[in-house]
Design a protein around this ligand. Structure first.
Ligand SMILES: Cc1cc2nc3c(=O)[nH]c(=O)nc-3n(C[C@H](O)[C@H](O)[C@H](O)COP(=O)(O)O)c2cc1C
Length: 226
């Protein structure tokens, strides 16, 4: 497990090879083990393979080019301070890896649009939550997404969580017939990584543990740092 946690990373260029159905079924069975509040299991997945993935790609690209974003769940209003820095750093890592210059707005836009080509993945899983369960329903779906990512890695697959697709939740509702009482959380595209591609060549950094944890020991002199 520790190796899976350390080695997993987001894949942004997939090979065209489809994942055999029994492997995808095993992945879904493992992801289904995700814990949720009161065991409500609010996730539902719209999973594509074959021509259905190509239809989704084509539909998304056409929609994104002509329509404004319309997410079901509110996107972050702003990134400030450390969050802004971390976001910027992982963006720079990706663009540097791909040789896209800082002032190359067209190159950046092209790479952004790769999200809607699903990074050429043969499959995607669109995860929805039950609207009435509110924030904690979405939290449970976040846990589901992480289990899915780790399970995929454990099965030798690569995966990319993509909130980008949730920007166009309105399109996904129409495309998959998702009812209004369900909210799109994010998608996870998956398949086999192209190990040679520069988009897969960098690894993101994490803060040292002491910056993310405040210990409360009951001793005098306990350090508070938030
Ligand atoms: C909920 C969620 C949504 C994400 N959405 C996107 C996305 O739309 N496009 C993308 O390229 N990466 C997306 N990512 C991947 C993050 O950028 C990535 O997880 C982060 O930079 C850490 O890198 P790592 O996954 O390689 O460890 C998303 C990750 C999560 C957890």
């Amino acid at each position: 497990m520790s190796r899976i946690l350390r080695d997993r990373h987001t894949c942004r260029q997939f090979l065209p090879d489809a994942v055999p159905r029994p492997v995808t079924e095993e992945l879904l069975a493992l992801a289904q083990r995700t814990p949720s509040w009161c065991n409500t299991q609010p996730w539902h997945v719209h999973l594509t393979e074959g021509a259905a993935t190509d239809r989704l790609r084509a539909g998304l690209l056409e929609h994104v080019r002509s329509r404004p974003a319309a997410p079901d769940l509110p996107f972050p209003a702003q990134y400030t301070g450390a969050y802004r820095e971390r976001r910027r750093e992982c963006g720079h890592q990706l663009y540097n890896s791909l040789g896209i210059a800082r002032d190359d707005q067209e190159g950046r836009l092209r790479q952004l649009l790769r999200n809607f080509e699903l990074f050429d993945a043969p499959h995607t899983a669109v995860v929805t939550t039950e609207a009435g369960l509110g924030v904690y329903g979405a939290v449970d779906c976040g846990l589901y997404i992480n289990t899915f990512l780790l399970a995929a890695h454990s099965l030798g697959l690569a995966a990319a969580p993509q909130a980008a697709l949730a920007s166009y939740s309105d399109f996904l509702h129409g495309h998959f017939g998702i009812p209004d009482h369900r909210h799109v959380v994010a998608a996870v595209s998956f398949g086999y990584a192209d190990p040679e591609h520069p988009a897969n060549a960098f690894r993101t950094r994490r803060e040292p543990v002491q910056n993310a944890v405040t210990w409360h020991t009951g001793d005098d002199g306990e350090a508070a740092r938030e």
